[in-house]
Write a protein that binds this ligand. Structure first.
Ligand SMILES: Cc1ncc(COP(=O)(O)O)c(C=O)c1O
Length: 472
């Protein structure tokens, strides 16, 4: 409350627009193209938005991975890169930032997240062991399977229902964990892989309450928790906003508490850490650290650079401090919600609640005339590009790939188009352009045809698969 001319009233500042906590110093021009041009480009790209050239894209919502705008402080840090082969000063800055903000003692840099996943999976999984995860992520599961591990989904059922408004759809179902231990025994489990703000579920967070229960369960069974910490700060923000007892608590403290329940993490710095390249393994387990250091030399580079330049490590170190600024993270997640609210108001089916990094359009309901075998999410992403030059990506049956045992398509319940918002890159007017294009397409959705796959890579097929429209 504020006293105004002797009267007390609710502070009007509470209700005002909150702007981005930064101003723009450098701009990059965008190129608009015609509809005919885009129709030709998507045909050339085999109806796969991953195969478009970025110069042909107007607003790029393919991914939030490596697409962040860095701050002046990060760019200044790039100039202070110590490009020594061994013992670069920037490595020690990175190590200190991870220790202070994530709370893990040992740090091994890698060139990006999947390299950290590769090393972790190879070292921590014995052939035939299970790795329970709160839903899957494409590269994480791929590395588990390459290490002859078996993925086991332990996320709550609500996460598979796009319309379910559960505030913490990233939560783990403890009954599913119990069932696995009862059926297979404790030794059949390598570790628990927990992802904050679960990407494939729509960027959905887990609650601290659930995490505490899972950690107690894991301790009881002697099973370590290794986080995929890629979007942990966004998860911490949702805990601050939604979970009793955390309102007003700095995101930095919430993140630290979350990480305290794990033995370590793999990390794709290309997301939360606000950089264009990088990743790391962090752990409190000294034995694993020593093994990871030995292995990183084979695949990435010396353990004090892990495939990164000194300047990259400096940018990550500085990004780690910037990401836990409460004003920044609030503005980032609110922008995602802004786009979600525009689509929701227009009646477009989206995954609810809107997650931390992307709005996921429910292609199953949007294109209810197309069966899943005709790749509705792939078709919708292609149609959106043709309509407006906005690039999203498929997260459905194509991304799910084939079952390694039966060779059949995996059929996920979620058939989604992901509109992923890069950090600090676009304004809300760009979001309006995206929303208008989705609304226009929704009006003419019956005209969108299904696709057939004409080229299918064996691994992570969504990146390079090619399609053609089904001619009636
Ligand atoms: C949840 C999650 N884990 C791991 C990765 C892999 O990280 P990278 O792309 O840096 O290899 C990603 C990337 O999109 C991700 O979203």
């Amino acid at each position: 409350m504020r006293r105004v001319q002797g009267r007390e009233r609710k502070d009007p500042v509470d209700k005002r627009t909150i702007a981005e906590p930064y101003k723009i110093k450098v701009v990059e021009p965008l190129r608009a193209t015609t509809r005919d041009y885009r129709a030709e480009k998507i045909r050339e790209a085999g109806y796969n938005t991953f195969l478009l050239r970025s110069e042909d894209v107007y607003i790029d919502l393919l991914t939030d991975s490596g697409t962040s705008a860095m701050s002046d402080n990060q760019w200044a840090g790039m100039m202070l890169g110590d490009e020594a082969y061994a013992g670069s000063r920037n490595f020690y800055h990175l190590e200190a930032a991870v220790q202070e903000i994530y709370g893990f003692r040992y740090v091994v840099p890698t060139h990006q997240g999947r390299a950290a996943e590769h090393i972790t999976s190879q070292l921590r999984i014995k052939p035939g062991q299970y790795v329970p995860m709160n839903m899957y992520f494409t590269t994480t599961r791929e590395h588990v399977e390459l290490a002859h591990g078996i993925f086991y989904d332990c996320i709550i059922d609500e996460a598979h229902d796009p319309a379910n408004p559960h505030p913490f759809k990233g939560n783990v179902d403890l009954a599913k964990l119990d069932r696995l231990v009862q059926e297979k025994g404790r030794d059949a489990i390598a570790y628990l892989s927990l992802a904050p703000c679960v990407n494939m579920a729509g960027g959905q967070p887990f609650s601290m309450g659930n995490l505490r229960q899972v950690a107690a369960w894991a301790r009881r069974h002697g099973i370590p928790i290794i986080f995929d910490a890629t979007r942990a700060v966004e998860n911490a923000y949702f805990i601050q906003q939604r979970e009793p007892g955390y309102a007003g608590k700095p995101v930095r403290e919430i993140l630290r508490e979350m990480m305290s329940y794990g033995e370590g993490c793999t990390m794709s710095s290309k997301k939360d850490n606000l950089v264009n390249i990088g990743g790391f393994i962090a752990t409190n387990n000294e034995e694993f650290f020593v093994q990871a250091k030995e292995m990183v030399v084979v695949y990435e580079g010396l353990h004090t650079y892990g495939g990164l330049a000194g300047r990259d490590m400096e940018a990550i170190a500085r990004g780690i401090y910037e990401m836990v600024d409460d004003a920044y993270i609030a503005s980032r997640v609110r922008q995602v919600e802004y786009l979600g609210s525009r689509l929701r108001e227009a009646g477009i089916p989206i995954v609810e609640p809107v997650g931390g990094h992307a709005v996921f359009v429910d292609a199953k309901r949007f294109l209810s005339h197309l069966p899943q075998e005709e790749f509705p999410a792939q078709a919708l992403a292609a149609a959106l590009y043709v309509d407006s030059g906005v690039r999203g990506m498929e997260r459905g049956i194509v991304s799910a790939g084939r079952d390694p045992v039966t060779g059949e398509h995996r059929r996920p319940k979620l058939e989604l188009v992901r509109l992923t918002i890069p950090r600090r890159v676009y304004t809300n007017l760009h979001m309006d352009v995206v929303a208008e294009s989705c609304i226009a397409l929704y009006g003419e959705r019956r005209a969108i045809r299904g696709l057939k796959m004409v080229y299918e890579p064996k691994k992570l097929r969504f990146f390079q698969a090619r399609f053609e429209p089904i001619v009636p």
